[in-house]
Ligand binder design. Structure first.
Ligand code: FES
Length: 220
């Protein structure tokens, strides 16, 4: 495994959004495949917020002249998935039934209808990554996380998807976890990536605890 580090140059063939830290600024923009789960009733965003944000999406998408698929892509780019309420809004906008929109969304692999985990794992299955054993690494992810591609772990920490080329073919096989690009993945390196996530999670919780403690002290 080799991650991107400060000071690294962007590798040939690697997306321009990969920063020195391996941050992919538009990771939500990757096509996401295989929505194996069903539409969830659980909401990660308030319905009113979704409707409000949908107004902006529909306005900026020139929805009259935009195909249903393009509109759904815009919605997914924004939310990271297709919220039920958003699909209903799309149906209203396009003058078709919600069932028709759900039908289109579930037909195409690129759409997901469940919210991604806090750390979405996107295993690249582009040609270079496929040739270099991406499929075997995807299987390891499935085993370690206890979920299949397209699913989310019970604690909602991870989701797992296969994606098309993320533009870092020189580092194949590649997994993007959260916003970090992990190149030259091997089956044995999945544990290390998960450990890094756990440490980041613990650090975040520690900082949250400290900041809420400071707020309580200031309020006294
Ligand atoms: S095929 Fe290009 S990054 Fe995986």
């Amino acid at each position: 495994m080799s991650n991107r580090h400060a000071g690294d140059d962007v590798l040939p063939g690697c997306g321009k959004n990969v920063s020195n830290h391996g941050i992919m600024d538009d990771s939500k923009h990757f096509p996401i495949a295989q929505p194996n789960g069903e539409v969830m009733s659980q909401k990660v965003e308030d319905e009113a917020d979704i409707l409000q944000e949908m107004k902006g999406i529909l306005e900026s998408s020139n929805s009259d002249g935009t195909s249903l698929v393009t509109l759904l892509q815009a919605v997914q780019r924004h939310f990271g998935y297709l919220p039920r309420e958003a699909m209903i809004e799309v149906a209203r906008e396009k003058g078709v039934s919600p069932a028709a929109v759900f039908g289109v969304a579930s037909f195409y692999n690129q759409f997901r209808m469940i919210p991604p985990g806090k750390y979405p794992v996107k295993m690249c299955m582009g040609t270079a990554c496929h040739i270099k054993g991406g499929n075997a690494i995807l299987k390891v992810w499935e085993t370690k996380l206890g979920i299949r591609e397209g699913e989310v772990t019970e604690d909602r920490l991870y989701s797992l998807d296969r994606v098309a080329c993320v533009g870092c073919c020189a580092m194949a096989p590649v997994a993007v976890v959260g916003e970090v690009v992990h190149g030259n993945m091997m089956p044995t390196t999945v544990d290390g990536v998960m450990l890094a996530v756990e440490l980041a999670e613990k650090e975040e919780q520690k900082q949250e605890g400290e900041s809420s403690g400071q707020q309580e002290e200031a309020a006294q």
